[in-house]
Design a protein. Structure first.
Lengths: 334, 334
């Protein structure tokens, strides 16, 4: 019989289709191993083509002066620094200026790599870079919230193969973020504690959904995971904003993220996924009730119709089994 | 420059990408006109195969006793009447029984039709059927909310070609529904009026987003439409639940829906879409602040990555232009 589970942090209900549940192995992607070249002459993110992506906002170079990471403006920005910043309401018609940031972090000069295949040091550089840029964008008083996300694979909405992240600074707080804040605040009002801190504690005690853990981070499949292999990476230390990640945490996050992504890459044959860093709005750094985290949403199933209609997700897998699969998966030697 | 718009009913912010905006004509689907047969021997919904869909809960027949519409249980139900109805919480882990209804409304015996191509009388029968079934499902005290939705085309998540709707009765109120209720309640607290009633009034006054209108319904592109040709159909009379649709309204809804779907079908070359009837929870029939409606979400663009990451939708079209396109579109003779 199907079971419903509610994520107490987001208040989202999920149907766990226990009877139709597939085994973790069933989700292995069947990919035609299209071999990508290390350099693609028409790729705007490949070395030598920097002229196609002007206005660089950050660069990390190696000893020889070659870039390892670049952050550049998105060529087709959803929001624009040239737009006016305003709010206006005419009867019920409410508008705001499309002021904001939309940047792209190019993870590596190599066209054919993916985050999972980068050395730990380079993943650390990536996190350092987007933390730096994130802080700068959020220090713009007209920006009310910012996100960092990655779309990996065509099924996750990427149009460019070259490994990259996106950083968006918005002049408003999106409903999705506000909804999470409100739920967390209600939990705090009820109990006097951060629901995410509580979740970490309970998940570490329950053990069965933990994928891995280190000094600063815990990686687990949420109890009410809304899709197969949906994964959360939470810092153990309570802080509401990704802005306040410490250097030690950046190192530990690189370690945790790398192991997770490698298990995911090798264990499930490089599936498409989205990931996003959910953080408090710019003015909410000090919040006692919110806790930043990274959410990974693999694109392994298609449930768009039911979900859009009913407002509920169906997960055709068991979170506990998927967590065990990744926890036990033995990585090939580095 | 991009513009932000907020839907005052849902509080969802949308980026209207004015500069990248496509013209309405650009959204015409390029479909390989795969001709479907009127009868498909392996289709479980085709006449003669009724044995594959047992447990019929509703049937409408013609003068000769042949069925015109059937409602049957979904063969792979997301929720099940055999499941227990319970709520349980163990620390932060909250579960509920997967009790519920998941049924399929087969719109016509003909495999190769689509709602847009049915005569008005048959669309009226469809609405009458799902209103009847909706009322029955919601009268089950264990059901807290119910939805009716349709996925049209593979891009909208359909796996079965034969035209059908789905009806789901749930033992909880999904977050999406609860969020809409809360926003509408806040608006009511502030102003003493239903935000949807107000929207109808303002849209009829502004005219530019109206697609069509009749005695009981208004069909328009919301000011903050979150995707190209996103459309709302609202009853003019205030009532919170679809359960309370009157016979006159059923007739007028069939008229409005049919014209809209035909304009959409012929004008845009039969694009994929989802539609859903959003209604108050079972116990909210009398609510002064909520208003049921039908929302149509065409699948004309792919914005999954940005949207999932940022929590904001990007609409690469102008709601006013799309509304004008459909309003002015001349339908072929019936």
């Amino acid at each position: 019989m199907p079971q419903l589970r509610q994520n107490l942090a987001t208040k989202e209900w999920v149907i766990i289709a226990t009877e139709r549940a597939k085994r973790p192995e069933d989700f292995k992607a069947e990919k035609s191993e299209k071999k990508l070249p290390e350099f693609s002459p028409n790729c705007p993110f490949c070395p030598g083509n920097e002229v196609n992506t002007p206005g660089e906002t950050l660069r990390i170079t190696d000893k020889n002066g070659n870039w390892k990471i670049r952050i550049v403006p998105n060529k087709f920005p959803a929001l624009d620094k040239e737009a006016k910043s305003f709010r206006e309401q005419n009867h019920i018609f409410r508008t705001a200026g499309g002021y904001g940031y939309h940047e792209v972090l190019i993870e590596t000069p190599k066209h054919n790599l993916t985050t999972a295949l980068l050395p730990e040091e380079e993943i650390k550089n990536i996190i350092t870079s987007y933390a730096g840029r994130y802080r700068e964008i959020e220090s713009d008083k007209k920006i009310h919230s910012a996100v960092i996300f990655k779309n990996h694979g065509a099924g996750a909405g990427t149009s460019l193969e070259h490994p990259h992240h996106q950083i968006v600074g918005m002049p408003v707080v999106p409903l999705q973020v506000r909804s999470r804040l409100e739920e967390a605040q209600r939990y705090y009002d009820d109990t006097g504690e951060c629901v995410y801190c509580r979740m970490i504690e309970e998940e570490l005690k329950a053990k069965e959904r933990i994928i891995l853990e280190n000094r600063s981070f815990v990686v687990f499949t949420p109890f009410a995971a809304f899709s197969p292999f949906h994964t959360w990476i939470l810092p153990k230390r309570h802080h509401a904003s990704f802005r306040d990640i410490s250097d030690t945490e950046i190192g530990d996050m690189a370690k945790a993220l790398r192991i997770f992504l490698r298990k995911f890459y090798f264990g499930l044959n490089n599936p498409d996924f989205n990931y996003v860093i959910r953080s408090a709005p710019s003015d909410g750094r000090g919040l006692a009730y919110f806790h930043w985290y990274l959410s990974i949403v693999p694109r392994l199933t298609k449930t768009a119709g039911f979900e859009l209609g009913s407002g509920m997700f169906i997960n055709v897998s068991l979170p506990e089994e998927n967590a065990r699969f990744l926890r036990d998966y033995k990585l090939p030697a580095d």
